[in-house]
Structures are given as C-alpha cells and as structure tokens.
Design a protein around this ligand. Structure first.
Ligand SMILES: Nc1nc2c(c(=O)[nH]1)N(C=O)[C@@H](CNc1ccc(C(=O)N[C@@H](CCC(=O)O)C(=O)O)cc1)CN2
Ligand SMILES: Nc1nc2c(ncn2[C@@H]2O[C@H](COP(=O)(O)OP(=O)(O)OP(=O)(O)O)[C@@H](O)[C@H]2O)c(=O)[nH]1
Ligand SMILES: [Mg+2]
Length: 455
C-alpha cells in the first residue's frame, strides 16, 4: 500500500441540506494537527480525552468564528477507521459545512473518496469485508425486512456461516493431506464415501443460500412490476390509482405514454418498482415505436407483468401476451379494465382474470391482493436465515457451488487424494475472497466505489 493511500481525509458524514446538525469526519495521522488550526477551544488541544465531546469554536484563517460546534476526538487505533479521527458536529448549514471542508483542505486534508472511511476500517482490521459491505445494505435498505438481514450481516452472522463452511472443508483437506503425506501403512484408507457425503451436504446448504439470496436481492432492488397492454387500455390511469397520485399523463389519445415511467413504492413491507409502459400496437409512429422497443427490453428484466386490456375488446399483440403467459420467469396477472362502462350483471367473468375499473377504483383491492400474493411467492423464505445480500458475494457463492459440484464429480470418477485436495483448496480460496481475506486492491476499490462519499 502506498503511503498516500493514508492521507488525512475529510468529508461530511451527513446529507447536504439545512438541518439541526451536520457531522464532518476527519481521519488520518495529521487529524489532530490539522483540526487544531481551525478550532478555538478552552482546553489544551493535545490533552483532549478519547471519545469525550467538547464544545469548541470553528475559526477561519483570520480567527473569525464561523460556528459553535461539538468536537469528538478518537485516538487511533480506537476509532471507526482505526486511525486518529475527529468528528465535528456543526449546525446543519450547507454554508458552514462547505466552509469547514474548505478550511480543512487548505490546512492539509484531502476530500475522502467514496467509502474511504469504511475501506480504512477494513484495511486496519476494524471489521471484515462482509461487515463493511453490509454497511451499504443498512444504509440503502428500503424496508424493515432488508434492514433486518443487513443488520444480521453487520453483526457478523454471515461471516460466521461462511467460516463454518470453510472449517468443514479444511477438515476434509487435513484428512486428505495426511493420506498424501504418509504411507498407506500409517493412515487409514481414504473414506471417499464420507468425504463425498460431507461435500454434498455443504452444496445443499449453499444451494439454499443462493436461492434465498436471489429472492432477497429481488426485494433489495425492488420487485419489478410492469403495467403492459394495448394503447388506451388504462395503464397510466392504473399507475396513478395504485400510487394514489397523478403521476402519469392520462388521455383518451392512444399512444399517450411514449417513454416508460417508474416509481418505487412499498407494498405491505415489500419494495416494489412499478413501471407504466408505452402501450403496444402495430401501426405506431416513429417515436412510439422507440417506446415500444423499450417496453420489450423491460419485459426481459420483469418479475411480474400486469397485462391490462379493456373489457369487451379483442386480444391484440398476441405475441407479447402469450410470451408473458408462458414465460416461467415472469409472474403474470391478466386484468380487464373499464368495467364501469358495463352493466355489472352482464359481464362474463373468467376465473383467471381480475376485473377492475382503474378510473372509478373498482376492485383495486383485489388486484393489490393478487399482486401481493405474487410478490410474496417471489420473495418469501421458509425461515429467517443469514443470507448473502450483494451481487459480488452471490457471484462467488455460485462459483463455490459449481466448484464443489465439480469436486463431487471427480470423487466419483477419479478419486485421487492430490486432485481432490487441490480442488478443496480452491473452494476454500473462494470463501476467502468472499470474506475479504484474499482480495486485490482493484477488487477492494470496486467494492467501496459503491459507497457514498463520507461513508
Ligand atoms: N457519530 C457517529 N455515529 C455513528 C458512526 C460514526 O462513525 N460516528 N458510525 C459509523 O459507521 C456508526 C456506529 N459505528 C461505530 C463503530 C465504531 C466506532 C468506534 O469509534 N470504534 C472504536 C472505539 C471504541 C472505544 O473506544 O470504545 C473502536 O472500535 O476501536 C464508532 C462508531 C453509526 N453511528
Ligand atoms: N371508463 C373508464 N375509462 C378509463 C378507465 N381507465 C382509463 N380510462 C380512460 O381511458 C383513456 C386512456 O387511459 P390511459 O390511462 O391514458 O391509457 P394507457 O393505457 O396509459 O394508454 P397509452 O399510454 O396510450 O398506452 C383515458 O381517457 C382514461 O380516462 C376506466 O377504468 N374506465
Ligand atoms: Mg399511458
């Protein structure tokens, strides 16, 4: 690691805007000397107590007071980053915060990069990588459920789980290496059946982890729900009804929605991204065609499709309709709209369809219940478990599963101690990458780039 990677850094820790207070953090070896230049305090600056907040005055280069602040010193290694660190709580004024950052930089600080405080905490051994990554998940959690899983990981549960997998594999490795190192006379013959069984047990657990993780990643990103169907069927009206606000433009002109719009909402504790799309029709103009092309792209990433059409109309765009109905990766809801225009008793109801009026808000509760059932089907887990919550960890978990499956195959076909030992070693290394014990600078940067500045 180059020395300049440990410059003294500063950044606002709170969001920009008028508020009661704002917190600025400074971390690195020069923290105390830099902060002493912009602070007036009734005490000996070098004698400040660890973690004891003190009232102080922020001053500029002309000794003019900028703000009355609270200052909390942390002496390394007993700080969040493991370095000397000071937190300055100013009044929540963007002007004061900007001025303070400016002064800190003039006196030798550098503005922190994304996630740099947490990255330093990791590098200095204050937390492991899985814990560091879970901090992003805590910050970004949109629902209670995601927050509870993220917090579990922050508290170290995921790391414990991964360590158990690691330990099991290491036990096997030890046995195999004994057989390799000593003559057959001294050690028992390798019990391949037992080794295979043990790996298969681990694979089963990892497969469950992957399945659960995929569900929760859906929830984290927001379950993608599309409103699809022919032009003028009332998709934008339904979008507004669900959101309970006039978000999308509605008109009697077919082809009103050109580009899709999306909104995030929480439905009974589930994070959902709802998309209103350009209506599908054949004789669309140039601009509308672009919108329809985008609609098709959305279909590729959709979790749930609500196909909306008017009652008493023929099914158009049959291709899209049957694709949605038959694609097993998309949950499908067929909804018939504008029933307010018809006599209730004369409507011929079909079981697999939901009959609504988006405009007069008829049967919207039923639609929402059916939607909720679909969402729960996609995201529910049998029991509360510890799960991987980000794509990087999930990718490696899938690699781990594949690698172990390969090992099982080899045990069946070519059970040689050397070969199997090497493969188990490989699996252990994958776990080490997940846990950040074996990781390159570039991988680290990719991880911490996802943080915000000041975290
Ligand atoms: N004001 C403030 N609030 C915060 C944070 C922070 O950095 N500052 N945190 C930031 O994410 C979270 C809390 N996590 C923290 C974790 C460790 C330490 C810390 O200073 N640990 C030292 C000191 C221990 C001691 O002396 O008692 C250590 O572990 O050595 C601080 C906050 C959320 N709230
Ligand atoms: N009577 C009645 N009219 C409705 C209902 N829902 C929508 N409409 C009307 O149907 C017309 C089209 O509605 P939109 O919501 O713009 O339809 P859309 O599916 O978004 O249309 P495009 O964006 O062009 O694809 C408007 O005049 C709406 O007021 C309904 O439940 N009943
Ligand atoms: Mg529309």
């Amino acid at each position: 690691m180059k020395a300049n990677n440990f410059d003294t850094i500063c950044a606002p820790a709170t969001v920009r805007g008028e508020s009661a207070i704002a917190v600025i953090r400074i971390s690195g070896s020069e923290t105390f000397s830099i902060v002493s230049k912009i602070i007036k305090i009734n005490k000996d600056f070098s004698q400040l107590e660890h973690k004891k907040a003190e009232v102080a005055y922020l001053i500029d280069n002309n000794q003019t007071v900028i703000d009355k602040v609270l200052l909390t010193p942390f002496y390394g290694p007993n700080s969040f980053t493991g370095e000397d660190l000071i937190e300055i709580s100013t009044h929540g004024s963007p002007t004061v915060v900007d001025k303070t950052i400016e002064l800190l930089i003039e006196n030798g600080c550098r503005l922190a990069k994304e996630g740099e405080f947490t990255k330093r905490a990791f590098i200095h051994g204050k937390m492991n990588l899985v814990e560091a990554e879970s901090i992003i998940d805590v910050i970004e959690s949109k629902t209670d459920k995601i927050l509870s899983y993220a917090t579990k990981n922050l508290m170290g549960d995921l790391n414990k789980k991964l360590s158990i997998y690691s330990k099991n594999l290491m036990n096997l490795l030890e046995k195999l290496n004994l057989a390799i190192d000593f003559d057959e006379e001294f050690v028992e013959e390798t019990n391949w059946r037992k080794i295979k069984q043990s790996i298969e047990d681990t694979i089963k657990k990892i497969e469950k982890d992957i399945q659960n993780s995929k569900k929760m990643m859906k929830e984290k990103r927001g379950v993608i729900v599309l409103l699809l169907g022919p032009t003028n069927s009332g998709k934008s009206t339904l979008m507004n009804t669900i959101l309970d606000e006039e978000r999308a433009i509605v008109s009697e002109i077919a082809g009103t929605t050109r580009d899709y719009i999306s909104e995030e909402l929480v439905i009974k504790g589930h994070h959902v991204r709802l998309y209103d799309t350009a209506g599908l029709r054949e004789n669309a103009d140039q601009l509308e065609k672009l919108g329809i092309k985008k609609t098709r792209e959305l279909i590729d990433m959709a979790d749930i499709a609500i196909y909306l059409r008017e009652y008493n109309t023929k099914l158009t765009n049959k291709k899209v309709y049957s694709h949605l109905k038959n694609d097993s990766s998309i949950e499908f809801l067929e909804v018939i709209n504008k029933i307010d225009l018809y006599n209730k008793n004369k409507i011929q109801y079909k079981n697999d369809r939901i009959y609504i009026s988006a405009k007069d808000k008829i049967n919207i509760d039923e639609l929402m219940n059916r939607l909720l059932n679909k969402i729960e089907k996609l995201t529910s887990m049998k029991k509360i478990d510890t799960i991987v919550l980000n794509q990087r960890q999930l990718d490696y978990l899938i690699r781990l599963k594949n690698s172990l499956k390969e090992t099982v195959k080899n045990i069946q076909q070519t059970p040689f101690e050397e070969l199997i030992s090497e493969q188990i070693q490989e699996a252990i290394e994958i776990l080490e990458i997940i846990q950040g014990r074996k990781i390159t600078e570039e991988m680290l940067n990719n991880i911490f780039d996802r943080f915000c500045i000041g975290k």
